[in-house]
Design a protein around this ligand. Structure first.
Ligand code: PGA
Length: 257
């Protein structure tokens, strides 16, 4: 099954989040084959969006979490708070968190472990910078990130976590990676994940993110190596998001014959 994740970032408030969530439900209406759809509104909108997507095919995700249960951590959101809000997925290690808020691989690893400990599916982001790609280091950088963020991770099933390959130079720039670049990196990530999580059932989904829009989504989603897309800017534009979800549905329908 293909997955589409909408990362609404700090782009929308509660009212717009409710409207987008309603739009997401409408998008799925009447479809024979449904992609997995996860929407990640800002924390303050989780409660209201939860009401909209309750008992639907749309899952609720958060954009981050803190790695402690509770305590004196002003401004942070704990895994228990997310559980209380009916959250099932959580993005961790987004490059904006890493770059602006100084999150290290070690912190991302702690967040992933915390999410897993609470039955939340972490969507762990990795990706190289432009300088690293130009220096020919992209593969080494991403491999090191994957190894670091999966440190000590033990799963009952590989379905309990997802990895999003998001090259930093492609995020919010309008210049996505090529599907060929994504495939090359997804194959590397798959190899490392299979080595680290050997012997466990299921599949770790590997998503592509970075300037995915209604024009290019199909070219990523149709690739067998791409299990889904993590969409930022285009996910808060209803008409674009609808087309991306449609593309995922069409590809699945094609696959199921
Ligand atoms: P973008 O963001 O689709 O706006 O490039 C993707 C992301 O940051 O997850």
């Amino acid at each position: 099954m293909k997955t589409v994740v909408g990362n609404w970032k700090m782009e929308v408030g509660t009212r717009e989040s409710i409207a987008l969530a309603r739009g997401a439900l409408l998008t799925l209406r009447g479809k024979r084959v449904l992609p997995e759809l996860i929407v990640c509104p800002p924390f303050v909108a989780l409660g209201e969006v939860r009401k909209v997507v309750a008992r639907s095919h749309v899952s609720l995700g958060a954009q981050d979490l803190f790695f402690e249960e509770s305590g004196a951590y002003t401004g942070e959101i704990s895994p228990r708070m997310l559980e209380e809000h009916g959250v099932s997925h959580v993005i961790v290690g987004h490059s904006e968190r890493r770059a602006i808020f100084g999150e290290s691989d070690e912190m991302v690893n702690k967040k992933a472990l915390t999410a897993l400990g609470h039955g939340l599916v972490p969507i762990i982001c990795v990706g190289e910078s432009k300088e690293q790609r130009e220096a020919g280091e992209a593969m080494a950088v991403v491999e090191a990130q994957v190894r670091a963020v999966l440190n000590d991770v033990h799963l009952r099933s590989k379905d309990e976590l997802m990895i999003a390959y998001e090259p930093i130079w492609a995020i919010g720039t309008g210049s996505a990676a090529t599907p060929a670049d994504a495939i090359e990196m997804h194959n590397l990530i798959r190899r490392v994940v299979d080595e680290l999580l050997a012997g466990q059932e299921g599949t770790v989904k590997i998503l592509y993110g970075g300037s995915v829009n209604d024009q290019n989504a199909y070219s990523f989603l149709r690739e067998q190596e791409v299990d889904g897309v993590l969409v930022g800017g285009a996910s808060v534009k209803m008409s674009q998001f609808t087309k991306i979800v449609d593309a995922a549905g069409d590809i699945m329908e094609g696959l199921s014959g």
